[in-house]
Design a protein around this ligand. Structure first.
Ligand code: FES
Length: 125
């Protein structure tokens, strides 16, 4: 996929808790680096400040591409993404098209959560 505007977006929280030693046993820099490397040609990957759901650190939000949204895809919030396998699953799914265009690996259901509307709106606009 070459048109940047047509890509899904992966929002990676890097605030007061996500991406810090408060979440132990994870190489946080590597997590972001691996997502960026895996999705360099297929998605936007951005780091943002605290998303206000720190109890779920590390939080990653996968937002659909315009085509994905037209196909019914909605942003998927994933919490406690604190292992490399989950990060790799997110990269694979997003690389395949993400919400609306590709079926997420079933294991990601374990990480999905629904934040409050206030929290959602801060990211999804
Ligand atoms: S630091 Fe990620 S939700 Fe607060």
């Amino acid at each position: 996929m070459s048109d940047r505007a047509a890509r899904p977006t992966v929002t990676v929280c890097r605030g007061c808790c996500c991406g810090t030693p408060k979440v132990p046993r994870l190489d946080h820099a590597a997590q972001l680096r691996e997502l960026r490397a895996a999705l360099a040609d297929s998605a936007h990957v951005r780091a943002v400040d605290c998303l206000d759901v720190c109890e779920r650190a590390n939080v990653i939000v996968v937002q659909p591409s315009p085509d994905g949204r037209r196909a019914g895809g909605r942003p998927v919030w994933l919490g406690l993404v604190n292992d490399r396998d989950a990060t790799a699953d997110i990269a694979t799914w997003t690389g395949a098209g993400g919400p609306g265009l590709a079926e997420p690996p079933g294991v990601l259901d374990l990480y999905a959560f629904q934040p409050s509307r206030r929290v959602r709106e801060a990211v999804e606009d």
